[in-house]
Design a protein around this ligand. Sequence first.
Ligand SMILES: Cc1ncc(C[n+]2csc(CCOP(=O)(O)OP(=O)(O)O)c2C)c(N)n1
Length: 562
Amino acid sequence: MSELLTGAQIICRTLVDSGVEVLFGYPGGAIMPFYDALHGHAALRHILVRHEQAAAHAADGYARAGNRVGVCVATSGPGATNLVTGLATAHMDGSPVLAITGQVGRPMLGRDAFQETDVVGVTAPVTKHNVLVRDVEELAGDLRTALAIAMEGRPGPVLVDVPKDVQNQKAEYKESGVWSQESGNPRLPAPDSRPLEDAIRQVAQLIAAAERPIMMIGRGVIVSGAYDAVRALAERTGMPVITTLLGISAFPQTHELHLGMPGMHGEVHINKAIQAADLIVGIGLRFDDRVTGNTATFAPRAKIVHIDIDAAAIGRTVPVAVGIAGDARAVVERLVAAVAPRDCLGWRAEIRNLMHPREEVFAGGLSPEVILSTLAEVTGGRGTIVSDVGQHQMWVAQRYPFERPNTHITSGGLGAMGFAVPAAMGVRMARPGEPVWAISGDGGFQMNMAEIATMVQEGIEVKLAIFNNGYLGMVRQWQQFFHGGRYSNTPILSPDYVKLAAAYGIPGWRVKQANEIEDVLRQANRTPGPTLVELVIEQEANVFPMIVPGGSLSEPLEAAPV
Ligand SMILES: Cc1ncc(C[n+]2csc(CCOP(=O)(O)OP(=O)(O)O)c2C)c(N)n1
């Protein structure tokens, strides 16, 4: 079956046939034929953002929440370069995003034409794959290849750059070779091989022999849907479970085997447990420097097992005793069958003895504890929390009780401020029936607050919470600790957020006292449509504990250095 379509129509058809339903984007000259083809399209919903960065973050949020490809669209030149931060974010955190960019017509390529940027060159380091489509005959195939690459193995962003004249050219649309994300993730199965069986047996023996084993899990567990397998492995062996920032919500927070987050802002007893462990079974994580601190002093007594879909990640930052490149779920399911039951009761008691009550950072006022525990009550644990980058992000990671899988979404690897507000729009599009809260600082919120207009225009119900401390808080904290208290360019002015909400036509509240919070959060959560809550918190509160950058997990700061 074939018919004659323009390149622009071919893009639409290929997307629809691949199971794509939603696009986030912004039009411009070089992508106009595609926007023309989108006009009144019955099967593709386009969300008009206010900045292309937001399109990329929204597509990323949609991809993470829906476990499917998120699509963003931009014109050539500035439209495409505005996508870069969002693509880099998706690249670092392994999120499948397809960017479609318009490009100047082929006869103009390489002539510094108006709005010409070498987008394939610019995005090469932040995409898994990108391509400039040189012929309309290749367009559908190039798109399907890009979609498949985005989802396979460790997911990631891809970009297809389509010259304007290619969008206008006609060609036959061939349905053959249709790739559909409905057919499931074409992820690499763990090969059924002798070396794999040997490796599984070796890991099972290491777990049996260890006195102080720990499981450390990352986003790979969420991506591969390995929750049940990981939980079964934990419960069969009694191994305590540590969740990295991106692994949060891969394991129920209140489970007796769950410890919490490791690394720079991990609890002291968790980092101490890592330093005392004699075995670390790492699943679906990168062992990045915010987790390990100084790798020379990381887990000095432990053998490390590293299971990850990305072979390149294994052994990249920490030496491993056994590395298994494969899908987390497939590998862990086999491991569950291979391990002998045990309970690790002595070791768990040892870790409990390392615990000490957390020093609360706020006395009496509107504390992160109060805010986040009230929010959890108000949402009844339903819904998704999308956090931005900074102190509030660490408070969410440390304190919000995530119980359900994949309900915590944040920019981990890149740490891109401005992520939360647009990403939350994408999350809500993927999970239309569930509450979605974007939690930002006053700095990161101001980076993409224009997206409130998108929410209003498109009817996307995101709840916005702003932790307003009047500073770029996390940087101010570093200045306080490591730069002699010189607050260089970190005090930051905010608009009147309640008036801002009103300007966009949405309800807004300002909360200053702990006794006001529950009522306001309830109203904000239950009022239909986007709502905004400004939380005025103590200005110079700090995130504790903290490992100094490049320091050892053994040396946490629990108070500001003097
Ligand atoms: C795009 C971007 N620019 C700069 C930074 C560096 N940075 C990390 S945290 C932070 C401060 C964030 O301030 P705010 O959004 O107010 O949140 P808070 O730390 O106060 O909770 C900055 C500037 C970043 N991570 N991302």
